[in-house]
Design a protein around this ligand. Sequence first.
Ligand code: NAD
Ligand code: LMR
Length: 419
Amino acid sequence: MVAEKRIDPTDGQAYTYNELLGFYKGQYSKQETAAYWETLRAAKGKGKESAAPKVKAKAKVKAKAEPKVEPKAKAKVKAKAKSKAKAKVEAAGNFKVCVIGGAGGIGQPLSMLMALDPNVKELSVVDLNVAAVPPAGVAADLGHLEKKSKVVGYVYDVGEKAVDKLEEALTGCNIVLIPAGMPRKPGQSRDDLFKVNADIAKGLVSACAKFCPDAILLLVVNPVNSVVPAMAELYKKKGLDPLKIVGVTTLDVVRANKFVGEVLGKNPNFINVPVIGGHAGTTIMPVFSQDKVASNIDKDKIPDLDKKVQDAGTEVVSAKGGKGSATLSMAYAGARLAKSVLAGLMGRKRTECAYVASTVTDLPYFASKVQFGEGGVSKVLPIGELNEYETTRLNEAKDQLKKEIDSGLEYAKSNELEG
Ligand code: NAD
Ligand code: LMR
């Protein structure tokens, strides 16, 4: 058994038992890794196995760079894993991802993080001919990273339709990240961006509906609260699954974790505050009581901390003085979500907060914990227990959110996807 190699679906590479033990040393116990080993498929003959001889030398790097895996959880699903192993293994290390708006403020660092991901085989970087940098330049630059991903730039002209131009960029994509759209300037609300950004999103979502209808679309573009319902309803009208449209609210969670860490002097890596509701003003609702670290914060500090999370985007907009909004932290957050979605597609379920079609409240769209699995969104999880402060906040959040959802629903009524 010692010499036998098995495929780790995290990166599609083949490892011996001892190599696997070495990789996960310090991260998981020997028993956990042994249980994980039992769930892996033997490497024989073709495909990924050809990469196996390189693996040993890379062992240490991998141990540091890999996203966390859960051998324990894996062991539990052993029986299930067997029947689905083929599809999962094919997908691992083999994904195609597209970033639209990929030459923009968020798009460039986000493209970089995705190009670095060991599970990304191909990355399309799409932007317009008026972008600050040609997408072919971003692709050429990222194409020199010593990673396996192939990065291809695609450009089209203002006035052309995405649905006529993006066939090659989108065909075969598993995930499409969409930060294409206008950012806020000081004094603007996210809602002020609705008309212009919804029209941009409609063109792009039309192209996705045509060329990669099974892909998970991660919409970063603001206002998330209205653009996501608009696009999900347009998907529905077209007979497609509205749960393929996912609003990215991860940055709110990232911020809440960071701010809680600062208040308590703790490492934010061990904090995970769910942020529910939506992604604007009072709709951004951190649920501090549900995180075991954050729940230690004095009650009287919570309202200020809550407001700090709500206002964090505006803080960046002001600090950038009219030259954009959050880009680097957003790229980090977008990549965090995309990695969880990829893990889910490989059969390793992950839970992240996201804004999706929902029945967890009486509103048709809501951000809450969402479980990502093989087909993308596999479960939209309930809000869970709230304390008194949070219960009041939920009502406030829902009042604002309802209006913003309604704008999106109106948009969908009077529009159709193209193509
Ligand atoms: P940016 O202006 O720097 O980049 C946007 C890019 O999109 C540009 O390169 C532009 O050419 C491109 N683009 C516009 N229309 C396009 C189209 N039809 N096809 C292809 N590309 C197109 O802006 P940014 O700072 O990257 O922000 C992008 C969006 O993300 C904004 O709407 C912003 O409000 C939003 N945002 C959301 C969050 C969040 O948490 N969800 C966080 C930060 C920013
Ligand atoms: C953010 O939260 O940083 C983004 O939504 C951008 C913005 O306009 O604040």
